[in-house]
Design a protein around this ligand. Structure first.
Ligand SMILES: [Zn+2]
Length: 220
């Protein structure tokens, strides 16, 4: 797609350029609902690909390095926030698939120094944001029952998973989809009101996080 888009940009073929940009925006959307749909689909394809004998993700899931290069060279900045986010959750050193020897992700050495700085900046900001208590507004948790003391335990579980997975949007979505009132492993039970409040706060936190991706990666 890079070739046609560059040509369409160079020769100002608007119809072709718009069609290609629409395709890119579908892979790298700018609303959280569209993002969740794309990411669910990506994870399904990724799981299936990793089970295959080849194990390569080449051409299976959109490559953020490629998207960033295209966005920069053809002036499509609206796809950058999600492309950088996906890059930030990938390991810095690509792992090879033992079966094929192929890297699961493309080398980010193709990116320029400015893009690498944006990536590092975004990772730092996301790490700071997810480890702050205001992400889920739990510092002043108000419960008529006894949940107040449990909230920190629940929060600790979320935080640990977010740090390990480096994908807070997906971790919080999984927590939301399977939000429990009972955490027997910690001896914790949340009242119905706190469970609802936690769900609302997760929805708000995800929206705020998604909306701030441009700022987090220093793209504005
Ligand atoms: Zn409660």
């Amino acid at each position: 797609m890079a070739g046609p888009l560059k040509l369409a940009t160079k020769y100002q073929v608007d119809a072709l350029r718009n069609q290609i940009i629409k395709h890119l925006e579908r892979d790298w959307p700018s609303t959280i609902d569209d993002w969740d749909r794309v990411d669910d689909y990506t994870h399904k394809k990724q799981s299936a690909a990793l089970q295959s004998p080849d194990g390569s993700l080449d051409g299976i899931v959109p490559d953020p390095v490629y998207a960033i290069l295209l966005a920069r060279s053809c002036d499509v900045p609206q796809i950058l926030p999600t492309a950088f986010y996906v890059l930030s959750r990938q390991p810095t050193k690509p792992k090879s698939c033992p079966a094929s020897g192929k890297a699961h992700i493309h080398s980010r050495s193709l990116l320029g120094i400015n893009d690498m700085e944006n990536l590092a900046f975004g990772r730092e900001n996301i790490a700071c944001k997810i480890s702050s208590y205001d992400l889920l507004d739990i510092d002043n948790w108000d419960c008529a029952g006894v949940c107040g003391g449990f909230i920190w335990t629940v929060w600790g579980e979320f935080l640990q998973t977010m740090i390990v997975d480096k994908d807070p949007l997906r971790v919080l979505l999984s927590e939301l989809r399977g939000l429990r009132s009972s955490f027997p492993e910690y001896g914790v039970n949340l009242c119905a009101s706190c469970q609802r409040k936690m769900a609302d706060n997760i929805i708000d936190a995800r929206s705020a996080l998604f909306e701030s991706l441009s700022d987090m990666f220093g793209l504005v």
